[in-house]
Design a protein around this ligand. Structure first.
Ligand SMILES: *Cc1c(COP(=O)(O)O)cnc(C)c1O
Length: 396
């Protein structure tokens, strides 16, 4: 591997220099007033990035997975039913976590490459007259397949069914990169981590709770200690923490939010769309297909690219690492060996992206795939030359 090359994995993402510096801090006493000056603006910043006026934000020294556990353990009780679609490795792992906590999961098996079938959700919720389902899980962006699901559609499914279940959204690979509307979509718990859209090292679970989710903490009886949001709340009221916070990362988070908000969230989303469109133009020029089945589910943060039958896609990733010092993502679970992934979220420019596309081309040619050198690069160049972020914003 090379420390000079950017990474093209869908998290952890490339860290802008200013954020690396923000994380690199002398030790402060987290029981001194100085800590509140980092904690509270970071929470405010996250709330704004979630497009929420009222979400209560919790920041744990953990990762996105800890955020899942925070959502479940604070609000639910053993034996509770939850509804979830399984359409990739991350939704699969969240379901697995539910089951390990003794929850009963109604799994909607969904082909990998498709989004959450909101109509199926609506049927199941409408049939649940006794309201036994306590929470609906939605993975906004399935990082394993490069598929974005419609959270507004999931909210409509709940509303059309007149169902009171909580809506939990995994936004680990979408928040801060793709449009996310906590209040408008009626999200009850949103989960993310520091190492994707926030462009920081891994180490923070970042979670937003609605008032309704906070209310559910009073009845949920699953055991929680480290991830207890009430212990956190009590701490926050005194600018403190129930244990030792990851101060440097939180300082980085504060700066990351400032960066995203000063660029403007809509501009950030348009930039991700534009970078992604360049990658998609390259994939088309290679004569390859995305795992995502149709443009309405294309992810703007990661592309999972199918390779021809009989070819092991994982070889591209191994070869890129050993020969060129560049990281791509492997296929996971059901699509292992069938896809390789180009992560294109966070701090990336046209020029960086073109280098990733060029590297993928070299690897595919080296490994005997029928891909013409320069074909994908040229397609992306054409797209980037003729589309600025402003033009994409205007068109949207
Ligand atoms: C990365 C990711 C996770 C897991 O997050 P960790 O920070 O690795 O625990 C969960 N869900 C999605 C959609 C992800 O992309």
């Amino acid at each position: 591997m090379s420390f000079q090359n950017p990474v093209f994995i869908p998290g952890p993402t490339n860290i802008p220099e200013s954020l690396r510096k923000a994380c690199d801090m002398p030790t402060i006493d987290h029981r001194s007033p100085l800590f509140g000056q980092i904690l509270q603006p970071a929470r405010e910043g996250v709330r704004a990035v979630l497009k929420s006026d009222q979400a209560e934000i919790f920041i744990f020294p953990s990762t996105g997975t800890g955020g899942w556990e925070t959502a479940l353990t604070n609000t639910l009780s053993a034996g509770d039913r939850v509804l979830a679609a399984r359409n990739g490795m991350f939704s699969h792992r969240w379901i697995d976590m539910c089951q390990r906590h003794g929850l009963e999961v109604e799994v909607v098996q969904t082909p990998w490459g498709e989004g959450i079938p909101a109509d199926r959700y609506e049927e199941i919720l409408s049939a649940d007259k006794e309201h036994r389902i306590k929470a609906v899980l939605a993975t906004h962006n399935e990082t394993a397949t490069g598929v974005r699901s419609g959270i507004a559609a999931v909210r409509r499914a709940l509303d059309n069914a007149g169902h009171p279940a909580l809506l939990f959204v995994d936004g680990v690979s979408s928040i801060g990169s793709m449009d996310f509307r906590f209040d408008e979509w009626g999200v009850d718990v949103a989960v993310t981590g520091s190492q994707k859209g926030f462009m920081l090292p891994a180490g923070l679970a970042i979670v937003g709770f609605s008032a309704k989710a906070i209310e559910a903490t009073r009845t949920g009886t699953l055991p929680r200690t480290f991830f207890d949001v009430h212990d956190m709340s009590k701490g926050y009221a005194n600018n403190a923490y129930p244990y030792t916070p990851a101060v440097g990362l939180m300082n980085g988070l504060n700066e990351a939010c400032k960066m995203l908000l000063s660029e403007g969230l809509e501009t950030v989303f348009a930039r991700h769309y534009r970078i992604a469109e360049g990658v998609r133009a390259a994939v088309k020029a290679w004569g390859l297909k995305l795992c995502a089945v149709s443009p309405d589910v294309y992810s703007d943060t990661v592309s999972a690219i199918r390779t021809p039958e009989g070819f092991n896609a994982t070889d591209i990733v191994g070869h890129a690492a050993s020969k060129y010092g560049v990281a791509f993502g492997v296929g996971l679970g059901e699509v292992a060996g069938k896809v390789f992934r180009i992560g294109h979220l966070g701090s990336l420019t046209d020029v960086m992206t073109l280098s990733g596309i060029a590297t993928a081309e070299m690897c595919m040619a080296d490994l005997g795939l029928n891909v013409k050198l320069g074909s994908g690069v040229a397609a992306a160049q054409e797209y980037y030359r003729s589309h600025t972020t402003t033009s994409v914003l205007k068109a949207a």
